[in-house]
Design a binder for this molecule. Structure first.
Ligand code: HEC
Length: 128
C-alpha cells in the first residue's frame, strides 16, 4: 500500500515536471500544454466555447489542420488569425476546406477583441 502511494506521488511529480515534451503524452495534450503557457484565456476559449478543439488538435491533422501547422504558416506569412476569424482575410492554410471552417465564424465574429487576440496568441504559441 505504502509503496503504491509513493509511486503515485513520484508519478505526479514526474508528470508535472514534464512540461516540454507534450507529445509523449499523446492525444490528451490539450490539458497539459496550456497549464504552462501564459495564454490561458486563449486556451479556455479554444477548448471551451469556441469548440475549436473538436476539429483542431495540437500536432495532428484531423478535420482541420493541426494548430502547429496553422501557427507555422501564419507566423511565416506574418498573417493575422484575428482577421481570418472575423472574415477580413482569406484562408491561407487549406482553402479547399474553407467551407468547413466558415461555419465557425458565427462564433468567432461575436467574440470580443481581447478574446480573439488571446485565441491568436494561444494558437501562435504552437509554432516551433
Ligand atoms: C467543424 C470543424 C472546425 C471547427 C470546429 C473549427 N475549425 Fe478551424 N478549420 C477547419 C478546417 C477544415 C480548416 C481548413 C480550411 C481553411 O484553411 O480555412 C480550418 C482552418 C482554420 C484556420 C486556418 C485558416 C486559414 O488561413 O486557412 C484557423 C486559424 C482556424 N481554423 C481557427 C479555428 C478556431 C480559432 C476555431 C474555434 C473558434 C476553429 N478553427 C474551429 C475546421 C474547423
Amino acid at each position: 500500500m505504502k509503496k503504491n502511494a509513493l509511486l503515485l506521488i513520484l508519478l505526479i511529480a514526474f508528470v508535472s515536471c514534464k512540461k516540454e515534451t507534450t507529445e509523449a503524452f499523446g492525444k490528451n495534450d490539450s490539458e497539459i500544454v496550456e497549464t504552462v503557457k501564459p495564454n490561458d484565456l486563449g486556451e479556455q476559449i479554444f477548448n471551451g466555447k469556441g469548440m475549436c478543439y473538436s476539429c483542431h488538435k495540437p500536432n495532428q491533422k484531423v478535420i482541420g489542420p493541426s494548430v502547429a501547422e496553422i501557427a507555422k504558416i501564419y507566423k511565416e506569412k506574418g498573417a493575422s488569425i484575428t482577421d481570418f476569424l472575423t472574415e477580413k482575410s482569406k484562408p491561407i492554410v487549406d482553402p479547399s476546406q474553407y467551407s468547413v471552417m466558415k461555419t465557425n465564424f458565427a462564433i468567432t465574429k461575436n467574440l470580443p477583441k481581447e478574446e480573439l487576440a488571446a485565441l491568436e496568441s494561444y494558437m501562435l504559441s504552437f509554432a516551433k
